[in-house]
Design a protein around this ligand. Sequence first.
Ligand code: N01
Length: 497
Amino acid sequence: MTGTQETIVIVGTGFSGLGMAIRLKQAGIENFILLEQAAEVGGTWRANHYPGAACDVPSPVYSFSFEPNPAWTRVFAPQAEILAYLKHCADKYQIRPHIHFHSRVESASFDETSGLWTVHIDGQKPRVCRFLIMASGGLSRPAYPDIAGWKDFKGPLFHTAEWRHDVPLRGQRVAVIGTGASAIQVVPELAKEVAELKVFQRTPAWILPKEDGPLPRRGQARNWLLRKFLYWQFEMRAIALLRPKLMRYGQRMAEDYLQEEVKDPQLREKLRPKYIMGCKRVLLSNDFYKTLQEPQTQLVIEGIERITARGIQTRDGVEHEVDAVVCATGFQVAEATAPFHITGRQGQVLSELWKDGAQAYLGSTVHGFPNFFFIVGPNSGLGHNSIVFIIESQVQYILGALRQTLKQGWKSVEVRKEIQDTFNETVQKNFKHTVWTREHCRSWYQTPSGKNTTIWPGFSFTFRLRTLLFNAAAYHCLDPDAEKEMAQPQFNALHSR
Ligand code: N01
């Protein structure tokens, strides 16, 4: 095995990668590197710089607990502020010397004899490490829609996550495909400058007003209180996700908002969702409905047949001529398997193991893949609160695993199969009776067969409780010399569920 050796390799420098690196440093662990394919930190918040990009979770909870940001200017921070915050974290905690930019990981494989991972990087010497931490994010691979005729379109066509600032859209005729979280942010901004805007909707979304506004600078104590208040306010939303009967109150609020904002009954009908609220992300916007009623904007619901040289042809035979097409069509999440080729013990390939749906233990560890960790792995996404809370929970859990492994001198830790299986059975059972299993509920949270491999079907604080301590008894912990399993205390049955 050739290559440079580190103790820990972290893939990605978004909230997850930076959060992990900072906590490692705070724990006195310095022998780690971060591999970042881009030229700057920030992950999702570096990549998504489309006009109007902003957070739909209040800024005070969208930051690390150990690094509150008194500089947020708005309740819902714009992308530039979040990116600036992440750059600040990288600088303040001196993470940059550990980062290798322009380092795109192509594959990683585990060697059982040495107990080491080899990480292959595009155009570079491989890196060898004991621990591999995947912090590459759930929303890092843009999904272009599967529509015929892509190559035929003569104008610029790009994704919101790959925004082309070099393409002048002022005075142009522009199409936006999709009406999800990114679309409702970009559409009002585009409408300010384009001549014509056609918004192609496949499924209408539930939309609530965004209680946004300037956020005055406040002292540490008031910041802390606000963070706690907002966390619990958002956490309460999970009750309706888990007890769908209560969702009728949220739906009524959204229906009232639609009624107030959209005067034309026909347009209103087109915008009325037919599935239960919460099945897909509930969107927040004060200007999306208004924009759709502006004279230069048109909502198209006829369904896309194909892309043509001059625009988009819908199923009713109409060709909508446009100069540019923007795909606000989301990311490859549940249908994608692993972000790159990952080979674990006995040549097991992660994407093959996951071909019917990804699964892990606590969204963090996978049987067959020793010394390997995910941040925001399978079933650890949230539909109702700040993902930074989950990220910090997993970082703490992984830190516990690393500390114990290094302290005890174990060669490797690998979650037990029966623990992972029981955990996943329980997770899938917990979806029963939630909004995500209601009729007509289909989303990118699910695999094509309908299995939800993305969302944590519970409160975020229960996830925090589950990940507070690394429970070694749930793991095979290998002795370095004899390669025997270390004796473990009786496994606490509570932790398998
Ligand atoms: O993607 P989406 P997004 N023909 O998947 C439509 C996060 N986020 O980028 O619903 C026509 O929500 C698709 O239609 P349908 C957040 O977690 C966070 O907007 O599948 N339409 C849908 O309308 C969010 O959940 C922030 O029928 C097609 C849209 O494209 C996640 O990112 C801000 C189509 C995709 O919506 C993804 O959001 C922005 C086709 N072939 C995003 N294929 C924050 O503020 C897809 N669509 C934190």
